[in-house]
Design a protein around this ligand. Structure first.
Ligand SMILES: *Cc1c(COP(=O)(O)O)cnc(C)c1O
Length: 458
C-alpha cells in the first residue's frame, strides 16, 4: 500500500459545492491525458501509473474490488470523506477517502478517468446503464417549467423517457428536426437542454454537431452559467474511437458502455462526460437516484473493453464498409445508409466530424438498410429476412444491441423502436422494411454468406 496522505480538513455541506466556485471557468480544465509523447491508445490501456483512485502499487492489473463499504480508521476520516464527496475542490488532491460503493469506488473511478480521456472531457461519471447516464445527464439541472429540445430520431427508451416521464415532472419536451429544420430552431429562455444522437439510432442519420452547438452558444449569450443551455450528444453508435462530440462544440457526451465500449456483450453500463462544473451535481444525482455502475462490470470494461476498443472497432468498421458497399449493389436492397458511403445522407458532415484517434475518417460499425417493397409488404419481407437469419444464419444473430464482437441484426420498426407511433417512425425515416445491422469482428465473407442466403430467400 502506498502511504496515504492525511486527509485535508474540509468544509461541511457537499450538496451543492459547485456554488462555492461561481467564477470557476472549467473550460480551462484539461481532460486526463497520457504522458507527453504517448498516444491516447496507450492511456486507454495503461491509464495513470499513480492515481488518486487507487492505492495499490504492485498490481499490473488493477484488482477487482468488491467492497460495498470501506473501513474508516477514524471518525475524522469518515467525516472528511463525506465532506469531500462531490466537492470539486478535492479533485486531484491525492488519495480519495472512499466511504460507500454508491458514492465512489476505486475501479469505477479509474474507468471514469480513462473514459474522460477518450472523450476529451475533464470529468466522466459512470452509471449502471446507458439509460441511467442519459436520464441523469438530461435531468440533473432541470426544474419544472424548463424545456428540452430534441431531434426526434432517438433510441426508443430515450424517446420514451422524454415523451412519457419528463412531462409528468413539469418539463416541456419539444421535438425539432435538427437536420432539415435547423434554420427555424428557436431556443427559449427556459430551454436548458438540446439533445441529439449522431449517427442516430436506428437510421444512422448524421447530424451536424457544430451547427447545432453554434445555435446553443448563441442562445447562451448573456445567460448565467446556472441558466445555460447544454448540448448533449449521445455518442453510443460512434463510440469515442470514431467521434468525440466535444471537439465539435457539444458540452456533454452520454453513451452506453453496454455497446461498443464493453464490446463483448457481457456487461451493462453508461457514462456522462462533461465539464468539471457538472461533476458534483452528477455525482450527487447518482448517489441519490442510485444508478451507480457496479465495480465488477466496471473492472471488465476497464481491463478488456476500453483497451481493445480501437482494435475491435477498426475491424468492425472495415467489415461495415465492405458489407455496406455490397448491400448497396444488391438488387433486393432498396436503400443503404452508412456514413462511409458517398451517397449516404450526411456524408460530408460525417467526413468532417467522424475521425478516429489518429484523425482518419471513421464512419463506424453500423448499417441501416431497407429491403425492396412498400408498406406492409416491405415489413413482411424484412421480417422474413431476419427470421431466415435467426433460423439459418451462423455468424449473424437476431438480437438487439450493437458494438459486439458478434454481428447482430434486428428490425427496428417492430423491435427497438416499436414505442414510436407510426407517424413519428415515418418522420424519423424508419421504413417498414428497415433493418439494422451491427457488425462484429468476423470475416466479411462469413457475414456476407448469411446475408446472401437470407436475401435470396425473399
Ligand atoms: C443502447 C442505447 C442506449 C441505452 O443504453 P443501455 O446501456 O442499454 O441503457 C442509449 N442510446 C443509444 C443510442 C443506444 O443504442
Amino acid at each position: 500500500m502506498a502511504a496515504r496522505r492525511k486527509p485535508r480538513p474540509q468544509r461541511k455541506g457537499s450538496a451543492s459545492p459547485a456554488k462555492r466556485h461561481p467564477g470557476r471557468s472549467s473550460r480551462r480544465e484539461q481532460a486526463p491525458h497520457p504522458p507527453p509523447g504517448y498516444s491516447l491508445e496507450a492511456f486507454l490501456i495503461h491509464g495513470r501509473e499513480r492515481t488518486e483512485h487507487w492505492d495499490f502499487s504492485h498490481h499490473v492489473v488493477p484488482p477487482l474490488s468488491a467492497s460495498s463499504t470501506f473501513r474508516l480508521e477514524s471518525h475524522a476520516r469518515g467525516e472528511s470523506g463525506f465532506c469531500g464527496f462531490a466537492d470539486p475542490a478535492s479533485r486531484g488532491r491525492g488519495p480519495k477517502v472512499f466511504i460507500y460503493e454508491r458514492l465512489d469506488e476505486p475501479v469505477r473511478a479509474m474507468l471514469e478517468e480513462r473514459l474522460a480521456a477518450a472523450e476529451g472531457a475533464p470529468v466522466c461519471v459512470a452509471f449502471a446503464s446507458g439509460m441511467g447516464a442519459i436520464s441523469a445527464a438530461i435531468t440533473h439541472r432541470l426544474r419544472a417549467g424548463d424545456e428540452v429540445v430534441a431531434h426526434p430520431t432517438l433510441y426508443g427508451c430515450t424517446y420514451s423517457l422524454l415523451t412519457n416521464w419528463l412531462p409528468r415532472l413539469g418539463v416541456r419536451v419539444r421535438y425539432h428536426d435538427l437536420v432539415n429544420g435547423l434554420g427555424s430552431l428557436r431556443l427559449k429562455q427556459r430551454t436548458r437542454v438540446v439533445y441529439l444522437e449522431t449517427p442516430a439510432n436506428p437510421t444512422l442519420q448524421i447530424l451536424d454537431i457544430e451547427a447545432v452547438a453554434e445555435k446553443v452558444q448563441r442562445a447562451n449569450r448573456g445567460r448565467s452559467p446556472e441558466e445555460a443551455c447544454r448540448l448533449i450528444v449521445d455518442n453510443t453508435f460512434a463510440t469515442p474511437f470514431c467521434q468525440r462530440p466535444r471537439e465539435h462544440g457539444a458540452e456533454v457526451v452520454v453513451g452506453s458502455l453496454t455497446k461498443g465500449i464493453n464490446g463483448f456483450g457481457t456487461d451493462m453500463g453508461g457514462y456522462v462526460a462533461a465539464e468539471g462544473e457538472d461533476e458534483s451535481s452528477l455525482l450527487v444525482f447518482r448517489k441519490d437516484f442510485g444508478a451507480a455502475l457496479s465495480p465488477t462490470p466496471a473492472w471488465r470494461i476497464l481491463n478488456y473493453g476500453l483497451p481493445t476498443l480501437e482494435l475491435r472497432t477498426s475491424r468492425q468498421q472495415e467489415n461495415a464498409q465492405e458489407i455496406a458497399e455490397w448491400l448497396a449493389a444488391h438488387p433486393k436492397v432498396a436503400r443503404v445508409q452508412y456514413p462511409g458511403l458517398a451517397d449516404s445522407q450526411g456524408y460530408e458532415i460525417a467526413r468532417r466530424q467522424m475521425h478516429d484517434f489518429r484523425g482518419r475518417f471513421a464512419p463506424g460499425s453500423l448499417i441501416y438498410f431497407e429491403v425492396e417493397g412498400r408498406g406492409r409488404g416491405a415489413a413482411r419481407r424484412a421480417d422474413r429476412l431476419v427470421d431466415h437469419i435467426a433460423e439459418h444464419g451462423y455468424v449473424i444473430t437476431l438480437a438487439v444491441s450493437l458494438g459486439q464482437i458478434r454481428t447482430l441484426v434486428e428490425r427496428p420498426g417492430g423491435m427497438t423502436h416499436s414505442v414510436l407511433p407510426e407517424e413519428v417512425a415515418r418522420t424519423c425515416g424508419i421504413g417498414p422494411g428497415g433493418v439494422r445491422l451491427a457488425l462484429g469482428i468476423e470475416e466479411p465473407e462469413d457475414i456476407r454468406r448469411d446475408l446472401e442466403a437470407a436475401l435470396a430467400a425473399l
